[in-house]
Design a protein around this ligand. Sequence first.
Ligand code: PSU
Ligand code: MN
Length: 302
Amino acid sequence: MSSVRCSAEVADALTEGRAVVALESTIFSSLGLPSPHNEKALHRCESAIRAAGAVPAMTAVLDGVAVAGVEAHEVERVLGGTAKTSSRDLPVALGRRWPVGVTTVAGSLAIAHQVGIAVFATGGIGGVHRGSERTGDVSADLGALALYSVCTVTAGAKAFLDLGKTVEYLDTLGVPLLGYQTDYFPAFYSRSSGRLVQARVETASEVAAIIAAAREFGYRGGLVLGNPIPTEAEISEEEIEASLSSALEQVEQLQISGPGVTPFLLAAIAQATSGRSLPANLALAESNASLAAEVAVALAGH
Ligand code: PSU
Ligand code: MN
């Protein structure tokens, strides 16, 4: 029995060379967004991908199998999933036949790469944590972005991370960093972190041309495309900073470490800012899904 499977729709699209966009599942589980916003977010992302002419492929682990393309009758299990599955967890999840594992960016990239999906959309990637010089906490997402040949579309990363160090780390790993109609790496709720990207692009077809050139050259790693939150959904850094610092203090006080850190921070920030941050979160996830689909469609035409 195989340890990875695609839904029939995703398998057909890949065989025929049509556009497919992978999605993670941590963001759509209780570890990412509170119910019922998680389900709404998934629906909006999948609809945006279809509207742009691509096939959505949410990744997850189900009954010990890595899945690309969670089907309608399986969605509920994934939304209720609580077992965070990063890239290092996949061998354990498959070997021990976890009933449900929700994939992070790193976990999704591993699966997308394995089945040949070239474009992936998330909300925000993990990165270098503030205070990493003491804790050593750097998300496995960064290594996975370098390792797997997938283009990741992201609204940057949340400012509870050290965004300057995160951008530097991507450079160190040799990951091409593009900005969609921006010169700056986005900061999730805000359109700019003030940190320059490597190259600004104006269109999805420019991105597709860069991916195609990378393949032709034999580049085996991934690319990051930063897509700023839609202007009308933006929340200023000052407004978000107070809740960030109180959430960060709680992490220290409660001595939370390892894979628990990010889900704790996400929940604390969501709670402190809920009215404002949830619509912003949904808007940027949908916008990333839509742009990823445009890139996948342009790439399919190459
Ligand atoms: N940042 C967000 N929302 C999220 C995550 C990060 O704003 O849902 C999730 C993603 O699945 C990401 C993961 O891949 O957290 C990173 O976790 P860690 O820092 O433990 O690598
Ligand atoms: Mn970590």
